[in-house]
Design a protein. Structure first.
Length: 236
């Protein structure tokens, strides 16, 4: 269905043509009104994000990487979909054994907002950039810019662990923890213990679990592509 949706959309050059065009393309969207202009571009972004997600879930990192990179090239890409594309691309590269290339998608400073649709005004953009944590991280998508940055740092920690660079992993995780506030996810707690265990410090690993557990949200099954922690544990 998703591939069919992508196939039925007009070429990007046509769908993003200026309003001065005599006959901008229309895409039927029954039972709703037809789509035109930016609405088509936004739909393309959503379809590519879904294709990347599904491909990753099906164990197809090659397609995941292709869809993610195509998504990142689109104009007017929302901050939320950019964040997802970067997470999907980084995990796909890790699965392909190309961990060095994954670093380019794990830069927390590139996250400016997490809106899932493009902002309609500069005022809205400023509002999104100044957003703070307002609710627990109890779903698969970060609730704020800080949470998205923290998620990126946790994934970056996982990549350092895979490369055996434990000191870099420790420093990166320490940067992430304050951004979570009181809602420290189980993945971060376990990664911290993993780093201590691999460093030969068993007592510190036990102390980490004991110290961070009261501040953690309930242990839940990790959402697909939000964290790379599963890849680390599988690798070891």
């Amino acid at each position: 269905c998703l591939r069919n949706a992508l196939f039925l959309l007009p070429p990007l050059s046509s769908s993003s043509s200026s309003s001065s065009s005599p006959s901008p393309p229309l895409v039927s969207a029954l039972p709703g009104p037809p789509l035109q202009g930016d609405a088509i571009t936004n739909l393309r972004c959503s379809v590519l994000a879904c294709l990347a997600y599904v491909s990753l879930g099906l164990g197809d990192p090659v397609s995941t990487l292709s869809y993610s990179q195509e998504l990142l090239k689109l104009p007017k890409l929302s901050g939320g979909l950019k964040f997802l594309a970067q997470m999907y691309a980084s995990e796909a590269l890790v699965y392909l054994g190309r961990t060095e290339e994954a670093f380019q998608y794990l830069n927390p400073d590139s996250i400016l907002d997490i809106a899932t649709s493009p902002p309609t005004s500069s005022l809205q953009t400023e509002s999104l950039q100044s957003e703070h944590v307002s609710k627990p991280l109890n779903c698969g998508f970060p609730s704020s810019v800080n949470a998205a940055k923290a998620t990126t740092l946790v994934n970056l920690t996982s990549v350092f662990c895979l490369k055996g660079e434990l000191e870099k992993a420790r420093r990166t995780l320490q940067q992430a923890l304050p951004l979570f506030g009181s809602q420290v996810p189980g993945e971060a707690v376990l990664l911290s213990s993993y780093i201590d265990l691999m460093s030969g410090n068993i007592s510190a690993a036990l102390l980490t679990l004991k110290r961070l557990q009261p501040f953690s949200s309930p242990m839940e099954k990790p959402q697909r592509s939000r964290y790379l922690f599963e890849r680390v544990t599988t690798h070891t």
